[in-house]
Design a protein around this ligand. Structure first.
Ligand code: ACO
Length: 439
C-alpha cells in the first residue's frame, strides 16, 4: 500500500452491554476520505456478542486503496482520479494499468503493458470443445461462468496464489482473455465461427471485431463506436466492494485460484439487482411499450405490495446522481447520432420514464436516481448487441476491478478467510427420532 491511511485518530467508541454492565472501548479508524469505521474485531472477545448487519449496510469488509465513492455527492475516484477525467484522458487499458498497479502508466510503461495484454488474448484451442458442450441457446452468462472457471484447468502455471509473478500473469490473462471468451459465447449462440483476436487492434476494437467480424468479409470497426465501447468499459471497470467484487474477495479469501474466484464474481454479477439490471431495463422498457403506460408502471413500482421496481433506478451507495450515468447518457446520444438513429423509441421512452420518476415524490424522498445500467442497455441495443449479452459486456469491463481487488486482498497482511457470523433463530437442541417413530 502506498501510504498508511488507517492511522490518525485517537478517538474511540465505547459500547456498554446494558444486560451485564460490561463496557468495552474500540478504536475509531479513519481512512483518506469517507466516514470513519469502528474497528470491532475484539467485540466478541470483549463483550461476547457479534454485530448484525444483513446486506452489509454499515459494514466495511476490508481496507482498500483502489476506489473511493461518495454516494451523497456523486463522486467516484479510481486511485484518486475522478471518473470523468479518466474517461476524458485515458483508454480502458490505461485504466486497467492504474487499477492493477496504482499509477497511470507513462508511454513506455503503457506500450509494454498493452503488448503483454495483447499477447495473452488467445484462448487455449481445446476450449472450443467446452463451448460445444453448451446448448446452443445457453445464456451467455452461463457460458462466461463456466469458461472463466475452466481457465484454471488450462493455465496451471498461473494458479499459485503465493507467487506474485503467477498472480500477475493470471491477472493479465483474465483481462486479455475475457473479451475473447465473451466474443466466442456470442458467436456460439449465433452458430457462427469463433473469431480469433487480432493483435493490430486496440482492446475495445478487438472486442468489437470478435463480436461482429466474420471470416467471409472485411469488418472495419467504426472509431466512434470503438471509443464509446472503450468508455463503457472504463465506466464499469471497478466500483469498490459491490456484490460481485465482495464475492471475488470472499471466494479468494480461502486461497482459491483467481480464475475460480472471477467465475464466482461473474455469477454474482448476473443477478438483476446487480449487473443483470441492464438486461432488465430493456425488458422493462419493452413491457412498458409506450409513453402512455409509464404512469401505470411507476404506480406499480411505488406499491409496497408489488415487488416490481423500475430497473436501472436506485443504488445502494449513490443517493445522488450516479456520475457514471451522466457520462453514459452523453455517450448514448453520441452513439445514436453516429449510427444515424434519429429517434430511437426506446430511448425516448427511457427519457420520458426518467423525467416522470425524477419528479415523483416517492423517488425524490428515497433518493432514487438512474444508475449506469439505465442507459448502457440502450447503447448496446443500438450497437446491435442482443439483450442477453448486456451483462456479459459488464463482466468484461469489471474483470480488471475484480482482479485488482483480489490481488490487493492477497497482498494484505491482515487478510483472513472471510467467515461472517449469524443471528441463529432456528430450533433449540432437540433429539432426532428414527423415521418409524416420527408423526
Ligand atoms: N424502483 C422502485 N422503488 C425502489 C427502487 C426501484 N428501482 N429501488 C429502491 N426502491 C425503494 C425500495 O422499495 C425501498 O422503499 P421503502 O423504503 O419504502 O421500503 C427504498 O427504495 C430503498 O430500497 P432498498 O431496496 O432498501 O435499497 P438497496 O440499497 O438495498 O437496493 C438496489 C439498491 C438493489 C440497486 C435497488 O435500488 C434496486 O433494486 N434497483 C433496481 C435494480 C438496479 O437497477 N440495479 C443496478 C444497480 S447498479 C449496478 O449494479 C451497476
Amino acid at each position: 500500500m502506498s501510504e498508511d491511511t488507517t492511522k490518525g485518530t485517537n478517538k474511540t467508541v465505547t459500547i456498554t452491554d446494558d444486560s451485564t454492565g460490561k463496557q468495552a472501548t474500540f478504536p475509531l479508524v479513519t481512512g483518506t476520505d469517507g466516514p470513519p469505521v469502528i474497528d470491532i474485531r475484539r467485540l466478541y472477545a470483549e463483550l461476547g456478542c457479534f454485530t448484525y448487519d444483513p446486506g452489509f449496510i454499515a459494514t466495511g469488509s476490508c481496507e482498500s486503496n483502489i476506489t473511493f465513492i461518495d454516494g451523497d455527492k456523486g463522486i467516484l475516484l479510481h486511485r484518486g482520479y475522478p471518473i470523468e477525467q479518466l474517461v476524458r484522458h485515458c483508454s480502458h487499458l490505461e485504466v486497467c494499468y492504474l487499477l492493477l498497479k496504482g499509477e497511470l502508466p507513462n508511454q513506455a510503461q503503457f506500450d509494454k503493458f498493452s503488448s503483454d495484454i495483447t499477447n495473452h488474448t488467445m484462448l487455449h484451442e481445446q476450449l472450443h470443445n467446452l463451448y460445444r458442450g453448451f446448448r446452443r441457446d445457453a445464456h451467455p452468462m452461463a457460458i462466461m461462468c463456466g469458461v472463466a472457471g475452466a481457465l484454471s484447468a488450462f493455465y496451471h502455471d498461473s494458479t499459485d496464489i503465493n507467487d506474485p509473478y503467477q498472480r500477475m500473469v493470471a491477472s493479465y490473462r483474465m483481462i486479455a482473455k475475457m473479451p475473447t471468451i465473451a466474443g466466442w459465447a456470442y458467436k456460439y449462440s449465433l452458430g457462427q465461427p469463433f473469431m480469433y483476436p487480432k493483435n493490430d487492434l486496440g482492446y475495445a476494437e478487438n472486442f468489437l471485431w470478435m463480436l461482429f467480424g466474420h471470416p467471409c468479409e472485411e469488418y472495419l470497426v467504426n472509431p466512434v463506436i470503438a471509443r464509446a465501447m472503450d468508455r463503457i468499459l472504463i465506466l464499469h471497470a471497478d466500483h469498490e466492494q459491490n456484490a460481485s467484487t465482495s464475492t471475488v474477495r470472499l471466494s479468494g479469501s480461502s486461497g482459491a485460484n483467481p480464475f475460480a474466484c472471477i467465475s464466482a464474481g461473474i455469477a454474482s454479477l448476473w443477478g438483476p439487482a446487480h449487473g443483470g439490471a441492464n438486461e432488465a431495463v430493456l425488458k422493462m422498457l419493452g413491457q412498458i411499450g409506450n409513453k402512455a403506460n409509464i404512469n401505470e408502471f411507476v404506480k406499480k413500482a411505488k406499491d409496497p405490495e408489488d415487488p416490481f421496481r423500475i430497473m436501472g433506478f436506485g443504488h445502494r451507495v449513490y443517493k445522488n446522481f450516479d456520475p457514471r450515468a451522466k457520462i453514459m447518457q452523453k455517450t448514448c446520444h453520441e452513439v445514436l447520432n453516429e449510427l444515424g438513429v434519429e429517434s430511437e423509441p426506446l430511448l425516448e421512452l427511457a427519457m420520458a420514464l426518467e423525467r416522470i420518476a425524477l419528479e415523483d415524490e416517492y423517488f425524490i424522498e428515497r433518493k432514487l436516481y438512474p444508475n449506469v445500467d439505465f442507459y448502457s442497455g440502450i447503447i448496446f441495443r443500438a450497437l446491435g448487441i442482443p439483450t442477453t449479452m448486456f451483462t456479459v459486456l459488464f463482466a468484461v469491463a469489471r474483470t480488471v476491478g475484480w482482479i485488482a481487488q483480489w490481488n490487493e486482498m492477497i497482498e494484505d497482511p491482515t487478510q483472513k478467510i472471510g467467515r461472517p457470523r449469524q443471528l441463529y433463530t432456528g430450533s433449540k437442541r432437540r433429539d432426532a427420532a428414527p423415521i418409524e417413530e416420527r408423526q
